[in-house]
Design a protein around this ligand. Structure first.
Ligand SMILES: *Cc1c(COP(=O)(O)O)cnc(C)c1O
Length: 414
């Protein structure tokens, strides 16, 4: 690892990094250091023009004929294929549709149907709340005796008995950035006869995920985080092709029908992953997501991951040296191999400190009860930005500028 020792050194390393050279693909507002791409990726520079073109020339001029003429109808699978290339999946194994939450619903039920002799959905207490809510919702509506088993991470292996139909986990912990060993955990699930369902919300577009090598069965992921698809961008769902002939969605919508325009009242599923489509795809959002995915594909996941490790290592090292004595405590794994693309520090006044940072142009976010969370997306964050961000943080802590009443007012979104 090559950690810069001063700002000029940081700029020099940026200058030699081909990933940093792709920053022109984004135009962040001046004066902003954006360390929250793990929650909402910024818009690629090309997105507005492309969405406008689709609005004016496709929707505006060609109207409904665009479903055929401009291939709108195939866009969920085309963008899915582009995402497949970023997560070690094969074309035809990924579809873009609905939200992460809804795709979880579909895939948890699908997993229970593939393992009809088993009754347990196994997950961990550290999981993202929506994943647990949805699993509980499934257990309540499925119409047979299903148990949602939520255990602390350390008990996952011992809880994996032969009642478990599916192990549902998020690859990167949203609070600490800690990663699961996807290969080992998937193998353990398989050894126990269960399926493995991974949530890649904080992995896709940031980490070198290889679903094929890990022999993952099912996965979901988010379009608006590291894939830069825009607020509320559609999510994606992955089903390994080996399971396609046993796939049965609980939300059989007309877009997942083998032949929707026959308007046949009998549902016949489309072959393969397309069955997971439900209603009409959101074309403008898909177009924006396509632009976002292209920025990641241009950089290549391996290079992105390499630079993001450099950025997060630099951040931790600078915070611990320059902000020493101000009550910050690293909440993320110190080993970058065990960490996603984000770093969290605990601070007893985490919320007002983050508000002061945001006011000063360094945008991260806050997660209850005390976590300052920072994401490192090298597509638009450079080493000099890390250098400057830590300097701003040091000043806020040293001068106690965070200690103002207005910084304590909790907004709806933190
Ligand atoms: C962001 C995130 C989600 C988001 O789900 P939506 O339905 O798209 O709002 C789900 N799971 C995890 C782990 C996340 O980080």
């Amino acid at each position: 690892m090559n950690l810069p020792t001063n700002r000029d050194d940081a700029a020099r390393l940026d200058g030699r990094d081909p990933i940093s050279a792709l920053r022109h693909n984004f135009d962040l507002p001046p004066g902003v250091i954006y360390l929250d791409g793990n929650s909402l990726g910024p818009p690629p520079a090309a997105t507005a023009a492309r969405v406008e073109e689709v609005m004016r020339h496709e929707w505006g001029r060609d109207l409904i004929t665009s479903w055929n003429r401009h291939g709108w109808i195939d866009l969920p699978l085309r963008v899915g294929d582009a995402i497949a290339g970023l997560i070690g999946a094969t074309p035809g194994e990924v579809v873009v549709t609905d939200s992460t939450s809804i795709n979880l619903f579909k895939l948890i039920v699908a997993a229970l149907r593939i393992r009809p002799d088993r009754r347990v959905i196994l997950t961990e207490e550290e999981n993202f709340p929506t994943d647990v809510y949805i699993a509980r919702g499934v257990s309540q509506v499925i119409g047979r005796d299903v148990e949602l088993r939520v255990v602390p991470r350390r008990d996952l292996t011992s809880a994996l008995d032969d009642d478990v139909a599916v192990v549902m986990l998020t690859h990167v912990d949203f609070r600490t950035g800690e990663t699961h060993d996807m290969v080992a955990m998937t193998r353990r699930a398989h050894d126990a006869g269960a399926l493995a369902l991974w949530d890649l919300a904080h992995s896709a577009g940031a980490l070198d995920v290889d679903l094929a090598a890990a022999e993952v069965d099912l996965a979901v992921g988010c379009g608006y985080k590291y894939l830069n698809g825009g607020p509320g961008a559609p999510a994606f769902a992955f089903v390994a092709s080996a399971l396609h002939d046993r796939l049965e969605t609980p939300l059989p919508g007309w877009m997942g029908h083998a032949s929707p325009f026959e308007m046949d009242l009998n549902y016949r599923p489309a072959p393969g992953i397309a069955q997971l489509l439900c209603g009409t795809p959101p074309i403008l959002s898909l177009v924006a997501l396509q632009c976002g995915v292209a920025t990641v594909a241009e950089a290549g996941i391996a290079g992105l991951r390499r630079t993001s490790v450099d950025l997060s290592e630099l951040f931790i090292s600078l915070v611990e040296s320059r902000c020493h004595g101000f009550g910050l405590e690293l909440a993320s794994p110190r080993d970058p191999e065990k960490r996603g693309s984000q770093v969290s520090f605990r601070h007893c006044n985490g919320y007002p400190v983050m508000q002061a940072l945001i006011t000063a142009g360094v945008i991260g976010d806050f997660r209850a009860p005390d976590l300052l969370r920072f994401g490192f997306a090298p597509l638009y964050v450079r080493r000099v930005d890390i250098w400057d961000a830590v300097e701003v943080l040091r000043r806020i802590l040293a001068d106690q500028t965070w200690d103002r009443p207005e910084y304590r007012i909790r907004a709806k979104v933190t």
